[in-house]
Ligand binder design. Structure first.
Ligand SMILES: [Zn+2]
Length: 330
């Protein structure tokens, strides 16, 4: 059996709510504990209408590295009401970007489509901005020095987002191969959130389940393709949405990526914090950890730091940090 010693995990897409609803301070603290138990020491909060990410940062930001957008920005009258604040015109966009930054956002999130919905045309519910509006929002955020991530489904809307200058595509259902290629060229990362869509099927009738399964199968093929051509993939669970639990869903997402045919070393490189974000903790994993969900957390003591250093040194010949430092004795 092989073992891995890797930096802690990072969940790139969470919401600090449960089943889509805000929770108490104690609830947020127990989510933090759940993350820690599973070896997740960094999360990106993707917004809520009551900015739960700001509260989470105050409550557990000393234990988990939290980056938050506070509120997501969406086009008034379309999808996104519970995720953040609505925008109707360019002036509102400028004002809101400034306000959210003042409140402490680490990045800006913009909603450029609806969600996957079997009841809607092309299986995407209405939502998103015109390209001009999107460009102005992105420019405004950039002028203030913040990166923009984008909730978006549907090939054209994804392309618009890339052209407007976002750094990551969240969800990204129905992206074509050409669009994925463009993401690779422009260094736009992808958080495919496949498990959360699978959980949505719990609510469906059998014939709808079959349609959804086809969408998921195609999504997994796209994820595999993106990985093969070198798109940077993030592991994001969308936990906090319905039937997606914080912490344990991370392993469900990993299992689906494995199922898509991506090898373990690569999956680990997507799942772990960057080396420069290193917190003083390592995870010790057996190669079957995705199925067993067993994670051991170790802190670096002065004695083991020497050991770690030499491991990193030898591992750098295998691949960059985060790709899993493979060795066979622990
Ligand atoms: Zn989300």
């Amino acid at each position: 059996m092989n073992f891995f010693k890797v930096p802690p995990f990072k969940d790139a897409h969470v919401h600090f709510v449960v089943d889509g609803k805000p929770i108490s301070d104690e609830g947020i603290i127990s989510i933090g504990k759940e993350f820690q138990k599973m070896g997740i020491f960094e999360v990106r909060d993707m917004g809520f209408s009551t900015a739960e990410g700001f509260r989470a940062k105050r409550l557990i930001g000393d234990k988990i590295k939290i980056k938050t957008c506070g509120y997501a920005l969406y086009k008034k009258g379309t999808y996104g009401v519970f995720l953040g604040k609505g925008i109707d015109n360019v002036k509102e966009a400028r004002d809101l970007v400034s306000q959210i930054i003042k409140e402490g956002a680490d990045f800006i999130k913009v909603v450029n489509s609806g969600i996957v919905s079997l009841k809607s045309k092309n299986y995407i519910s209405p939502g998103g901005f015109t390209f001009e509006e999107l460009k102005i929002i992105c420019q405004e955020a950039k002028n203030k020095g913040l990166e923009i991530v984008c909730h978006v489904n549907g090939d054209k809307a994804i392309r618009d987002a890339i052209k407007a200058g976002v750094v990551s595509i969240e969800h990204g259902y129905f992206a074509s191969m050409e669009t994925l290629q463009e993401m690779k060229e422009k260094l736009v990362s992808w958080t495919p959130t496949v498990f959360s869509l699978r959980q949505y099927s719990i609510l469906l009738k059998d014939d709808e389940k079959n349609i959804l399964q086809r969408i998921i199968d195609n999504h997994l093929k796209s994820i595999n393709y993106a990985s093969t051509i070198g798109v940077k993939i993030n592991i994001g669970t969308d936990s906090g949405s319905r039937h997606v639990k914080h912490g344990e869903s991370f392993f469900d997402e990993l299992r689906l990526l494995k199922q898509s045919g991506i090898d373990l070393q690569k999956i680990l490189s997507y799942a772990c914090m960057d080396e420069e974000d290193y917190t003083g903790k390592y995870l010790l994993l057996k190669e079957d950890f995705i199925d067993t969900r067993e994670v051991q957390i170790t802190s670096v003591t002065p004695k083991s730091a020497i050991e770690v250093k030499s491991l990193i040194k030898s591992a750098s010949k295998i691949g960059r940090a985060g790709e899993g430092f493979l060795y066979d004795t622990l």
